[in-house]
Design a protein around this ligand. Structure first.
Ligand code: 13P
Ligand code: SF4
Length: 352
């Protein structure tokens, strides 16, 4: 049914009927059948910036995952309703840090006499209550396109950073962009007492990395890079910073989804690229730039299953419900969480 021309026509008609009352945002990892209906596409930073760009729109239909829709609700006024076409579109990485686990970690850092020197920074890919935790405790949010700047800011506020929930983005940014060593980074395991760390390890660390990862990007390996280099002579390897450190070390270029698109746009005709990020985006880029040889870094890695939950039938259902006056799958964040999460998001949005 996804490619059903009837559904395409129904989505088009519903959009037309809603006119300026509707604003559709789409993350780059969304399916083609969905992204064609987005008014704005972007990486998670651009989508956070754009969320408040149409205050006159009553409905923001967010084609992405749950934490992105939550952030859009936090960044927009009460009059705007944010809708996620399928509530099952979560993010396995965001689920790896729960509020209770983070509180427990913070209490352990307090007991160790360290909390005062630690600034919590959370990747956008986290629940609203984790963002609020960071806001309440002097920290900020970052995305893959501004992690370096957010960490520079955080190290002006304190001596150590608790980086949530993606250990790879935290480690890759600290080591490859900020001159820290692997020894400066320790990993907090929420399933072990005291994170599995000794007092001495915590005292020595500059970066306390939460033990979380992306289940898609975590599948690329150093061998994926070796294999593609053996198969495609002269290939440029371009990966997202959610990939493991050993993969990023072997790559030629690293960047957020928006950066990946710009790099390929600017690449010379005839050049070869192996891209380590979500498959919907890589396929789309290969179609957009047929003069360049663009392939997927590792053919055994699959789509992000939760991004893919937003499909055309769900989009049509959400839009047609709005036309009929029924708001389905609205994402709302409570006032206190909104206040503190916004503090953390605003600190990111104010970065130079
Ligand atoms: P960016 O769009 O910020 O690069 O994030 C990638 C991602 O995994 C979103 O879920
Ligand atoms: Fe989460 Fe990874 Fe999917 Fe992004 S690609 S939504 S980080 S699981």
């Amino acid at each position: 049914p996804a490619s059903d021309p009837g559904l395409v026509e129904r989505a088009r008609k519903a959009k037309e009927a809603l006119g300026d009352r509707l604003f559709v945002l789409g993350h780059h990892y969304q399916r083609d059948e969905v992204i064609q209906f987005a008014d704005v596409t972007g990486d998670s930073f651009k989508l956070a910036q754009q969320a408040a760009a149409r205050p006159e729109a009553e409905f923001i239909v967010f084609c992405g995952v749950h934490f992105m829709a939550e952030s859009a609700d936090i960044l927009t006024g009460d009059a705007q309703k944010v809708i996620l076409p399928d509530l099952a579109a979560g993010c396995s990485m965001a689920d790896m840090a729960t509020y209770d686990q983070v509180e427990e970690c913070w209490e352990a850092l307090e007991d160790a006499g360290l909390a005062e020197s630690v600034v919590p920074v959370t990747y956008m890919n986290s629940s609203a209550d984790i963002k609020a935790f960071c806001g309440r405790n002097g920290g900020a949010v970052c995305t893959s396109s501004n992690a370096r700047r957010a960490l520079d800011w955080a190290f002006e506020q304190g001596e150590k950073v608790l980086f949530l929930p993606d250990q790879h983005l935290g480690r890759n940014t600290a080591v490859l962009e900020m001159g820290m060593t692997l020894e400066d980074c320790v990993v907090w395991n929420p399933h072990r007492p005291n994170g599995g760390l000794t007092q001495e390890e915590l005292e020595r660390a500059k970066m306390i990395l939460w033990r979380g990862h992306c289940s898609v990007h975590g599948r690329f390996t150093a061998e994926s890079v070796d294999d593609v280099r053996a198969r495609i002579p002269g290939v440029n390897v371009l990966v997202h910073p959610e990939c493991r450190h050993e993969v990023v070390l072997k790559a030629d270029h690293i960047g957020s989804t928006e950066h990946i698109i710009k790099t390929l746009q600017a690449a010379p005709s005839g050049s070869s690229w192996a891209v380590g990020t979500e498959l919907n985006l890589v396929k789309r880029l290969a179609q957009m730039f047929p003069d360049k040889n663009i392939s997927f870094l590792d053919r055994t890695v699959c789509y992000c299953s939760t991004m893919n939950r937003i499909d055309l039938p769900h989009l049509v259902w959400a839009l047609e419900s709005l036309v009929l006056g029924e708001v389905v799958n609205q994402i709302t964040v409570d006032d206190d969480t909104t206040h503190w999460a916004k503090v953390a998001l605003d600190r990111m949005l104010a970065l130079p």
